[in-house]
Design a binder for this molecule. Structure first.
Ligand code: MN
Length: 283
């Protein structure tokens, strides 16, 4: 256990290097990593657990073009049975990877947008022109709409992986706990309101705990791959992925979405989430 944090840090360092310093080579590294990842799922994969505040996969939000897919901060099977290995593989290696690939393709001809960190990009989507962009699958859409979807998807999922841990569960402590108490009265009420917001967010989207710059938290929901930075509602402390790809393989009944939310609290990484809240407020 004592050697584990440094191993995680070095894996993360590679990811960050791919995103920040290596330039175009990062794309090739990214696809090679995809092949290597199948082996990662077995024994020597990063062990589950060990919440880390303010770092890990969501360092991706501080990287700029060309964007790189961050490694999962744990093994593919680490979140079983709440989230299955199959869901993690599809979600990370398939869907998240595709957001990154499409985002890079859409920005290839837009040098003015290439210097932005991912977080600054989602805050400044107006920098992206609205000319037609033809995706790899032949679909033509305005370039800004494509970047909105895929930058949002990359941002939301980079944070998502870190908000979960095999050692998660329980309740937050410290300033985030205080803010949740102030807004909702008690943790169980907060959980119930999050669940209702997920159930009410019909279709694909995300449900978020957001904070304002004074630290007051509230719940909101966004469609598709939008997030509260894109919509201007506040800072996303953490979100629950409402897309069926996040849960339908594991929760197959008509009430599956609610069961997924109930189970998700068992893997909520409050150390990371609380650290993200405090870091945003400069605490
Ligand atoms: Mn998703």
């Amino acid at each position: 256990m004592t050697t584990f944090p440094s191993s995680r840090l070095s894996r993360r360092g590679v990811v960050q290097l791919g995103g920040v310093s290596v330039g175009a080579a990062a794309l090739a590294i990214g696809s090679n990593r995809f092949a290597a990842r199948a082996q990662d799922a077995t024994p020597d994969a990063t062990p589950a657990g060990t919440p880390v505040a303010g770092g890990s996969a969501s360092a991706a939000i501080l990287a700029s073009y060309p964007y790189a897919l961050p490694d999962l901060p744990y093994a593919y099977d680490a979140l079983e049975p709440v989230t299955s290995t199959t869901t993690q593989e599809l979600h990370h290696d398939g869907l998240h990877a595709n957001y990154v690939t499409t985002l890079n393709a859409a920005l290839e001809q837009v040098p003015d947008a290439q210097g932005f960190t991912l977080e600054d990009l989602v805050l400044n989507l107006a920098i992206v022109p609205e000319d037609d962009f033809t995706a790899a699958n032949g679909v033509v859409k305005p370039r800004r709409a494509v970047v909105r979807t895929n930058a949002g998807g990359h941002y939301n999922h980079s944070v998502w992986w870190d908000t979960m841990s095999a050692d998660g569960g329980g309740e937050p402590e410290g300033p985030l706990a205080d803010a949740i108490m102030a807004a909702f009265g008690d943790f169980a009420t907060f959980q119930e309101e999050m669940k209702l917001a997920v159930l009410g967010n019909t279709g694909s989207g995300w449900t978020w705990l957001i904070t304002d710059d004074a630290g007051a938290v509230s719940i909101t929901a966004t469609p598709a791959q939008d997030n509260p930075l894109i919509t201007g509602e506040g800072y996303p402390v953490f979100g629950i992925d409402n897309w069926e790809h996040a849960y339908l393989l594991d929760y197959t009944t008509a009430t599956g979405r609610g069961e997924y939310v109930d189970a998700w609290w068992e893997i909520a990484n409050w150390t990371f989430i609380g650290g993200r809240y405090e870091a945003h407020l400069g605490q």
